[in-house]
Write a protein that binds this ligand. Structure first.
Ligand code: PMP
Ligand code: GLU
Length: 398
């Protein structure tokens, strides 16, 4: 038997990706499955972005590029961060990678080692924990409360900081809760990070997916001292409906970004040359495309959350960002389907997939066993039909 590295025994495949794959393969078999699992916009990539990619292919822009990304794209990213956030980075402080997930991975590898602790607020996006484990460090889960809108207080944060704490993840808008952090919350986190010398990892991938007039605040903008210890992670996947193109980026302190760039140059080399040209076009688009998309998400958000709240045993907060509903299903746990107990969110997700042909992600891989996650980045018609099915299925439980 082949003996694999111990680290691979600590992780599982991304549950969000694997449930999405299951739903897609059911659909390919002709099953009328409704997919609320995929965490990606259903909108098509904008035309000017596609045109830039086509032009890149035709021009023979199909060779290796500098490992950290082409200057044109790094400059476009620096301009974006300057214009929208007022953050100033030199090109050498910006690394373009194969999606924000890859940016986060490079960061984990450059920063973490055995004995280090990374604080992850719960509920969290699935990959933070496994990327930490893959790099031999210890995830420290910081529980937050639904009743408090999943905010973090400085006291609660300081209570889990130890001499081994190296960094904290900040993900606003948050996947899966849809929560956004206000300035006071961010100031508390920043104060704790300054006091205990922590790196702040700020995953801002849903930055432009906001509702009800909510404003995005990057924690790095609080002060130059905070910026000096923050790595901003972002990308084009969500804002420009470009999940398949795989372009994300990191911006932050030079020594750390240099280490990440070195890792990338020895592992993947440059992200796809064609996608980099496409990403330049996306960043130059301005906001109209994203605004149209978010206006539509907003309409779907209201329909989904209102209908979830009318279902027996379900309560759902109104998210202020991202494109996920994260209903609390604790009122259903303990019920039964025939002779099978619905004892967990995972059981409920399996029941909904098998008995209602609706794919949702159970809360467990996000750190909650009383929630499920539904994406509303899907057609209104599918939302209506899928929620009707869920409602009927929940009423069949005894
Ligand atoms: N962070 C969060 C919170 C996400 O939901 C995603 C989407 N999977 C990512 C990072 C990574 O996005 P991508 O790799 O597509 O840029
Ligand atoms: N961010 C998406 C999600 O949470 C995409 C899948 C993934 O990369 O995990 O569903």
């Amino acid at each position: 038997r082949m003996k694999l590295a111990a680290r691979v025994g600590r992780i599982v495949p991304s549950p969000t990706l694997s449930i999405t794959a299951t739903a897609k393969s059911m659909a390919a078999q002709g099953i009328d499955v409704i997919d609320f699992a995929s965490g990606e916009p259903d909108f098509d990539t904008p035309e000017p972005v596609k045109a830039a990619a086509e032009a890149a292919i035709r021009a023979g822009f199909t060779k290796y590029t500098p490992s950290s990304g082409i200057d044109e794209l790094r400059v476009a990213i620096a301009d974006k961060l300057k214009e929208e956030q007022g953050l100033q980075y030199d090109k050498s402080q910006i690394l373009v990678s194969c999606g924000a997930k890859h940016s986060l991975y490079n960061l984990a590898e450059a920063l973490l080692e055995a004995g280090d602790e990374l604080i992850i607020p719960v509920p969290f996006w699935v990959s933070y924990q496994d990327q930490t484990l893959l790099n031999d460090a210890t995830p420290v889960l910081l529980q937050t409360r639904e009743e408090d809108g999943y905010t973090i207080s400085q006291e609660a944060l300081e209570a889990v900081i130890t001499p081994r704490t190296k960094a904290i993840i900040v993900n606003s808008p948050c996947n899966p809760t849809g929560a956004t952090y206000d300035r006071t919350t961010l100031e508390g986190i920043a104060a704790a990070a300054l006091r205990h010398d922590l790196v702040i990892i700020s995953d801002e991938i849903y930055e432009k997916v906001l509702y009800d007039g909510t404003q995005h605040i990057s924690i790095a903008t609080l002060s130059p001292e905070v910026a000096a210890r923050t790595v901003v992670i972002n990308g084009v996947s969500k804002a420009y409906a470009m999940t398949g193109w795989r372009i994300g980026y990191a911006a932050g302190p030079k020594p750390l970004l240099t280490a990440m760039a070195n890792i990338q140059s020895q592992s993947t080399s440059n992200p796809c040359s064609i996608s980099q040209k496409a990403a330049v076009a996306a960043l130059r688009l301005g906001n109209p495309f994203t605004k149209t998309m978010v206006t539509e998400f907003d309409r779907r958000r209201r329909v989904m959350v209102d209908r979830l709240n009318k279902m027996p045993g379900v309560t759902c907060r109104m998210p202020t960002g991202a494109f996920y509903a994260f209903p609390n299903v604790s009122g259903l746990l303990g019920k039964r389907w025939k002779d099978q107990p619905i004892g967990s969110a995972a059981n409920l997700a399996t029941y909904l997939l098998n008995e209602a042909q609706v794919a949702v992600v159970p809360g467990e891989p996000f750190g909650s066993d009383i929630h499920i996650r539904l994406s509303y980045a899907t057609a209104m018609e599918a939302i209506e039909r899928g929620l009707t099915r869920i409602d009927a299925a929940l009423r069949r439980l005894s």
